[in-house]
Design a binder for this molecule. Sequence first.
Ligand code: ZN
Length: 696
Amino acid sequence: MGRKLKGGFKTRQQKERLKKVSAGLLERRNNVDLDPSVLQLHDHCYSSLDSEQNVPSNVKSWNSGRRIVELGVLAEGLSGSMVHTGIGGRQVNSFLTALNIPPVSNTLLSARQKESGSAIETVAETTIAECLSQEIDITKQKFDSNELTVSVDGAWQKRGSGRSYDSLSGHCSMIGTETGKVLGFSVRSKYCKMCDEATRKGVQAKTHDCRMNWDGSAKAMEQDMVVEMVQSIKSKGSNVGTIIADDDTTTIARLRKSVDPNIKKMSDKNHVKKNIANALYQLKAKHKKLTPKVIKYLINCLNYMLCQNQDNPKGVENGLEATDLTDLMKVYKKQSQKLSKLGSTQGNESFNKSVASKAPKSHFYSGTSSLNVRVAASVAQKNDGQCYLIKVCLILNSKLIFVKEKRSTTTSAYLQVFIQKRLAILRDLQARKRRAISITRKEKIRRIQLRNRRVKRNAVKEMCEGTSYSCQIDLQDHQDIVEIPSAPVPPEVHCNIPNTAKVICFDLETTSLARDSHITQIAAVNGESHWTSYVIPKLPISSQASEVTGLTMRNGRMFHQGKVVESSTISTALDGFLEFLKAAGHNIYLTGHNIKTFDCHILINTLKSVGKTEELKKCVEGFVDTRLLFKINNPDLKSFSQVNLIKTLMNCSYDAHDALEDVIYLQKLLDFTNIRIADPKFSTATFTVQTAYFFS
Ligand SMILES: [Zn+2]
């Protein structure tokens, strides 16, 4: 088969065949009066075709070479749509194979892609020219000035963080604030496949469409591209007065040095917001009251304040003073001038997203002009909507008709453009409708609620699951991997508590909130007598647990609030606990706060692990969860934590999260509220020992 011929066919024979087929096509066009509707009637079924046959030289029938023609036409359409949808040759062929259509050779595709690529770039340039003149007109009308305000933002084709910004290519866009359209774009590439291959072989590279234009580091790309774009706007007879960019780059300094010393800079709204939020989260370490909810609220207030005081630095200063976080706000007060004039690079970020969809970061397009074409396609789409496809198609077809000696019929080209236009307009309308819906008040509220719900649910779940994802977690010895299930599903059995029932309150402190955590303290109280024991856990105590219980381990000894405490092994402690229960007599109901979902599981699992599974069944009749109890008794309360119950019902506070204190106050609470547990209405707050074992 040998050398690849220009035009993408592998053999001369194939090329000859196409010529014959084109001739046949031309003849057919001249002979038959084509009705557009006839075109649609041709079936495109390939399954009836046998293996490829040679076309006898005297046959001029259109059908005999159809497969090749259609592959050629297909390749042409494919090359454009590949760029549009963000896939490459390999994906196209997988797609075709899945549809049982013969794949198209890569050579053919890349040859066609060169044609459609240059068409796409032409369209991008024309839309940029149109949008630039629009932007200039609007700026003149609105501000009576020649100075444009533009936002710039760049992105790399490879994700990076910290020190590893080593992408081989990057792109940058410039968007006008008045029209929201792209006024300029640029691509920097450090690598060219052809050049690289030539250097490796030590030969002179063939002439090719080389797009390698960068030698420096990836980080410096953005500045260089911005300078180039501003200069190109200048060369088109206009001027950039203000630039909106994030605060991370030194772009503006370079611009002032090399293009225009008077160029102004606006900060990006979102970046300023992010910085303030970060500063607030740092304050959180010092001030516990700054919960994420409060921080969110503060930032919202700040947002409204900044929006209301556009172009009014004095107002921003007053607004910042109104908050109590004076020290933090003083820093921003100095920048009130800057804060009253905030721009947004949101347009650039959405453009970057569009580029990422056309040149996904997981695929590599940087080695050829493909990347430039894909960025150009994003520009055209941003400026013109999906209709840019029609313009590309028109350019391609006029080429086909006039340059390539009428390979395609004008009628079919017309039909193709017509169909594509309808589809493109439809897609644009859909996009516009989505956007219109998304900015309504109702939709915004819905989004906020959705996010809040997700954050809340996630926080609860993460608490139960323990640490499951953090840096190098696999290297640490202890991981919480078992989740505490939410309230167990039926079957569950409640108890009928007799009037003679004896209530014994108990509480556990543990190493963490995970279901397989170890006990660090057990406490129980029965009327006047109480019992407690600290337990040496075999797992390390998590820092969160240490913070609430005040329990720490050092050199095998246990400390409570920094003081050594008497502690025993889990086996001894459980013996003591069971002993205490037995001493209380019969008809015992173990009572505790939130025991149904947590303490019971831990207690029973621990009993199982030390081989005392049956002991508890002998001395306990059932369980009562006081959290569920008070939910029935005081349904109007907002919080059912033990601390809050004691605070609101008894009007006193106590040292929460010492197991003994907890149980003593729990019993006081039960005595104080005078709840009769035997009342049948509380039966759903109780559960039998069997149920507890079943769910453990
Ligand atoms: Zn090259």
